[in-house]
Design a protein around this ligand. Sequence first.
Ligand code: ZN
Length: 271
Amino acid sequence: MNSNSAVSAGRSSSNHVNALIVVDVQNCFITGNLALSKAPAGQDGAKVVPIINDLIRTVPFHVIAYTYDWHPRNHISFFDNLNSRRKYLKFNQNRTINMYDEVIYTGPKVGTKQILWPSHCVQDTEEAALHKDLYVPSASNNVIHIRKGTDPDIDSYSAFADNNRVKKTDLDKKLRERNVTHVFVAGLAIDYCVGGTALDAFELNYTTYLIEDASGSIAFESAKRKIEYLQKRGIGIIQANDVKTLISSACDNSFSTLLIASINLFILLLK
Ligand SMILES: [Zn+2]
């Protein structure tokens, strides 16, 4: 197919401008150091790829944004960098700390809680590349790529801003430039980056949906808690099958409204 038709065909009579945000569907979370299959939920992260591909190919999104966890080698989130950062540890700096423990760093830039992950998604490595089967339409104004977690001293789960709200990425700016009103979030993983991105989208006043079956989880319990929290806040939790209906019914509704308005005008002119 024409690689951009899925993205550009979406202009419609609806005033909704729909964006799909594909969060971190990268090798590191599928086959790499932080593969979901090694996490408590034991999922195959690649399971989201055909579902997301199908959405991109069949739903007329106006904008598609791909996000990348994109860390320098000395990143604060890596367990391997703990020893070089011990001087910033709050409480006993010489204590034994294990992978996946949460610590509090007092610096160097900001004080932050930090889970210590295996090294992952190092910039410009094969691990940080998008999964080879993920469909990416060729470059156009409506296809956006966003890299996050690029500062060595600040981690970022959300694709909009870092965990401490020190820096924003360009995602919000780029969505606003394209007049996006509705955001659909999918990818890896619900309990961290997908959930964080959906929450920020909602707080930035986009009508927000999280596509549950197009997203993976690190741990079922934390993903479930996150879903419940997001739902309570007002984010729609939906399945991939619901997306087409949601978008086309919005188009149909506004098409019907337009049709009715035109008929009324015609009748008025006839009088
Ligand atoms: Zn990361």
